[in-house]
Design a protein around this ligand. Structure first.
Ligand code: RIB
Ligand code: CA
Length: 311
């Protein structure tokens, strides 16, 4: 049976690839996309999700807008990496479809009531929507099959030295989510920086010969350039597709169950995910932390899926 998922995202270059993976791979049943403010505004993220679906010719997936601001802190965006629009660097036509008028968290509730214990929430942006869902529908939390998130960093951050963007953009939402008693999987920066897209891989994507992949290749070239300019590294980590790929083929990964908290008060450490890697605090683990990925298998599966659309 295919894994039923809701993809909550903030497209975003890597979110765009995660969307294509979610619609293309036969292991997954994408129930819908929910959008959240993060890399860019909610309006842009929603329009970007619709544009990507339109680009690959997917018409039967709806997009449900969610939160346009974090729970508590001020809004933080990521224009340096993704551009103001959130998908800078490629010509992608405007969508024909409009977003749903149903709120993201009400869609999450509807799907979890309809498919109890079968739905996995995949988040590839700040955790605001998922936290709001849990606060509005506490009686439905126990009916979620699992949660897989691209979030956090164990050894390093990417917005501050210790805080990763999806958590830094709404640390209080991450705190709510970490407290949920459901199976949770985290793909932190320590993992996603093992799945680095470079020019060679982009050329392989271009050579797949699918018209809709040209703008995707352009997006990835922009993303690679942003990582060179901003972090001084060659190649860009494909953060968000790692979270989706876990549900496609978890044999690609190694992991460890850990107790992870999020810092909400530190002047230097606000938004840091603090993992008790030596189990010093005596607390039971609260989530599965992905530690290693077989990047060869990751890119083989990704390239295989990228060319499946429209076949
Ligand atoms: O830190 C990486 C994460 O922040 C990714 O989800 C990227 O899309 C941005 O949202
Ligand atoms: Ca994202």
């Amino acid at each position: 049976m295919r894994e039923k998922i809701i993809l909550d995202c903030d497209p975003g270059h890597d979110d765009a690839v995660a969307i294509i993976l979610a619609v293309a791979d036969e292991k997954l049943e994408l129930l819908g996309i929910t959008t959240v403010v993060g890399n860019t505004s909610l309006e842009n993220a929603t329009n970007n999700a619709l544009r990507i679906l339109n680009l690959v010719g997917v018409k039967d997936v709806e997009v449900y807008p969610g939160a346009d601001r974090p729970l508590v802190r001020d809004t933080v965006l990521a224009p340096k990496i993704h551009g103001y629009s959130g998908l800078e660097g490629a010509e992608i036509p405007e969508p024909h479809k409009k977003p749903s008028t149903k709120h993201a968290i009400d869609f999450m509730a509807e799907m979890i009531e309809k498919h109890p214990n079968e739905v996995t929430i995949v988040t590839t942006g700040p955790l605001t929507n998922f936290a709001l869902f849990a606060l509005k529908y506490p009686h439905l939390v126990g009916k979620i099959k699992s949660h897989v998130m691209m979030a956090g960093g164990i050894a390093f951050g990417n917005v501050t030295p210790v805080a990763e963007f999806n958590v830094f953009a709404d640390p209080e939402a991450m705190s709510v989510v970490l407290g949920l008693d459901i199976p949770k999987v985290m793909a932190p920066l320590d993992l996603t920086h093992q799945a680095v897209v470079d020019h060679e891989i982009v050329n392989k994507i271009r050579n797949l010969g699918k018209e809709y992949l040209k703008p995707i290749a352009d997006l990835l070239e922009f993303f690679i350039g942003a990582y060179k300019r901003y972090f001084g590294i060659d190649g860009a980590p494909l953060h968000d597709p790692c979270a989706v790929m876990y549900l496609i083929d978890r044999d690609m990964f190694e992991w460890e169950e850990m107790y992870v908290q999020v810092e909400l008060k530190g002047e230097l450490t606000y938004g840091q995910t603090v993992a008790d890697i030596w189990h010093l605090g005596g607390k039971d683990p609260n989530l599965r932390v992905l530690k290693k990925i077989d990047s060869k298998r990751f890119f083989e599966r990704l390239l295989d899926d990228l060319q499946k659309i429209g076949t």
